[in-house]
Design a protein around this ligand. Structure first.
Ligand code: NAD
Length: 335
């Protein structure tokens, strides 16, 4: 199939070319994001391949349908950026990579926890400047602390297992409890109880209308004073201005983010010579107890290989059977 691949970086091309070594599909790589201003570039393609910040909304889908595109292949797990109802109405199939390496994201989540707790980001800078003082770098033992895991799907379940290995008590919240997490020792509780009882709260639910701003001012007020919040799911799950207020008051002790609600205008590009115009993001950067990574939790060689293989498998199965191996349908929005 002729596939127009948006938002590509050199590493995307390397791994997709590797998975397409036999040259079965014709992949046309574009650096630009897919949105209403770029959709015309899909002309001639039967499928488009998109990533987390491409905007596959009603207008884009209508124009893709006019161009004859029949498949949107997401090369990620989340699908909050696709208007599934419109895709279904227009007869455009949507596919995703439901699982590539939940370990990659879970391990990055724990890296953020350890960095914030032991202040590795600050220690690194100090030691390089010849400052070997420890004042200000005090952490706490994770062993014996309580971690609250919101969403115990594939990634959350890995986080549960890792944190149990650290000797933590694990509270979990998920509308669909996982027996494996229970067996690992997690205790499912209601969200307010999780928030009130956790030293660290980590988010692993998808972004849906129900989870948008799940962590807002009232939720933060329920948390233990000085607790740590980690978000490697989607930026919209937290209300960033509310989180900033809580960092200023000290109600929130530290914050680790791999995702940000307005990341589409920032992430995956080198903007080091430019002025950051997003004041909310700029304010986040001023806190010593905030660590932001630019949506890199998935970024391991293992994960990129699996993403490329599953994406091309989705395209191939759609080509032969009219249905991708891993479809996303509108009923997922209500599940
Ligand atoms: P998954 O579908 O396996 O698990 C999601 C879990 O969230 C499910 O168990 C579901 O029941 C639960 N859930 C749904 N609504 C909820 C709610 N209101 N409260 C609590 N739990 C709820 O997905 P996954 O593979 O574990 O991925 C989770 C999310 O992580 C994805 O949706 C994606 O947004 C994000 N993600 C981020 C990166 C990254 O690089 N930062 C990479 C992959 C995925």
């Amino acid at each position: 199939m002729h596939v127009c691949v948006y938002s590509t970086q050199p590493y995307d091309r390397r791994f997709l070319d590797g998975a397409n070594a036999a040259g079965h599909h014709q992949l046309r790589y574009l650096e630009s994001r897919l949105d209403a201003t770029t959709v015309v570039t899909a002309a001639g393609a039967e499928a488009v391949c998109v990533f987390v910040n491409d905007r596959v909304d009603t207008e884009v889908l209508s124009r893709l349908a006019d161009l004859g595109v029949r498949l949107v292949a997401l090369r990620c797990a989340g699908f909050n950026n696709v208007d599934l109802a419109t895709a279904e109405r227009l007869g455009i199939s949507v596919a995703r990579v439901p699982e590539y390496s939940p370990h990659a994201i879970a391990e990055h989540t724990v890296a953020l926890m350890l960095t914030l707790n032991r202040k590795i980001h600050r220690a690194y800078a100090r030691v390089r400047e010849g400052n070997f003082a420890l004042e200000g770098l005090l952490g706490f033992d994770l062993h014996g602390r309580t971690v609250g895991v919101v969403g115990t799907g594939k990634i959350g379940a890995c986080v549960v297992a890792i944190m149990r290995g650290f000797g933590c008590t694990v509270l979990a919240f998920d509308p669909h409890p996982d027996p494996a997490c229970l067996a690992a020792g997690a205790r499912y509780v209601a969200l307010p109880e999780l928030l009130a009882g956790s030293d660290i709260v980590t988010l692993h639910c998808p972004l849906t209308p129900q989870t948008r701003h799940l962590v807002d001012a009232p939720a933060i007020a329920k948390m233990r004073p000085g607790a740590m919040l980690i978000n490697t799911s989607r930026g919209g799950v937290i209300d960033t201005p509310a989180v900033i207020q809580a960092l200023k008051s000290g109600q929130l002790g530290s914050l680790g983010l791999d995702v940000y609600e307005e990341e589409g205008d920032l992430f995956f590009r080198d903007l080091s010579a430019q002025v950051i115009r997003d004041d909310v993001f700029a304010r986040l950067q001023t806190f010593p107890n905030v660590v932001v990574t630019a949506h890199q939790a998935f970024f391991t060689a293992d994960a990129l290989s699996a993403i490329a293989a599953t994406t091309l498998h989705n395209v191939s199965t759609f080509e032969t059977s009219g249905r991708p191996a891993h479809p996303v349908t509108v009923d997922r929005l209500v599940s």
